[in-house]
Design a protein around this ligand. Structure first.
Ligand SMILES: Nc1nc2c(c(=O)[nH]1)N[C@H]1C(S)=C(S)[C@@H](COP(=O)(O)O)O[C@H]1N2
Ligand SMILES: [Mo]
Length: 209
């Protein structure tokens, strides 16, 4: 069965319109988006039950050596706190979320990625996948977050750990993330196979392909 398109737009109707200079003087709300003060939950399936003792993060594919990290090893890596915006393709945008976690660079530095790798398939518990160009993944504002606005990230929002890629639509920010598969060629992930755009830049409205 094909996944249903998300249909949460209705309850955002009372939210504020985008591209209104009074609401959005800095132009931070991408075209066709509405501001939300809430943090809606959007998941394709149930929230997985994740045992931290068995949690594993696997880095594999087009790399010289596979790397597997347990939760302790992963969260012992140096941390950052980033305040950024978050845009869902169903048209809500949330400004100024503060995420705390491990910057992508700290993880990447521990892997010998083959130079022919140009894309990544992000893997998550619950069979979720999403594809990214390597250049969008390895960027200053990308992190694996375990906290949101000073609180541990709730499981419905992707705890214990989720990817955050602020510059792309939020479906690229995999909740319950547990791996990175390096690829030479781009391949569609879960929503991308269902018709979402392979790239997903909200400012270019790359919603669907
Ligand atoms: N593993 C996983 N990650 C996911 C999803 C999902 O269904 N499963 N949904 C994506 C979508 S479509 C969005 S908009 C954001 C929503 O994150 P939130 O539920 O914390 O708001 O998570 C993304 N990451
Ligand atoms: Mo989404």
């Amino acid at each position: 069965m094909k996944p249903n398109p998300e249909d949460r737009v209705d309850r955002l109707k009372r939210a504020q319109p985008s591209r209104d200079p009074d609401n959005d003087p800095e132009g931070r709300i991408p075209p066709g988006q509405y501001l939300t003060e809430k943090f809606p939950v959007l998941s394709k399936g149930p929230t997985p039950n994740i045992d931290l003792e068995r949690w594993q993060f696997r880095i594999f594919g087009n790399v010289a050596n596979e790397v597997v990290l347990n939760y302790q090893e992963f969260t012992d890596l140096p941390q950052v706190t980033i305040t950024t915006d978050f845009h869902c393709v169903t048209r809500w945008s949330m400004l100024d979320s503060t995420w705390e976690g491990i910057p992508i660079r700290e993880v990447i530095d521990r892997v010998d990625i083959l130079s022919s790798s140009k894309f990544v398939m992000v893997q998550a518990y619950g069979q979720y996948t999403t594809n990214l160009p390597l250049s969008d993944l390895i960027d200053e504002d990308v992190l694996f977050a375990h906290s949101w606005n000073g609180e541990p990230l709730s499981s419905e929002h992707g705890g214990p750990l989720r990817l955050v890629v602020p510059k792309l639509y939020a479906w690229k920010s995999a909740k319950w993330v547990n791996g990175l598969e390096f690829l030479e060629n781009d391949q569609p992930g879960y929503w991308e196979q269902a018709g979402y755009h392979k790239h997903g830049d909200p400012f270019k409205e790359e919603r669907f392909s």
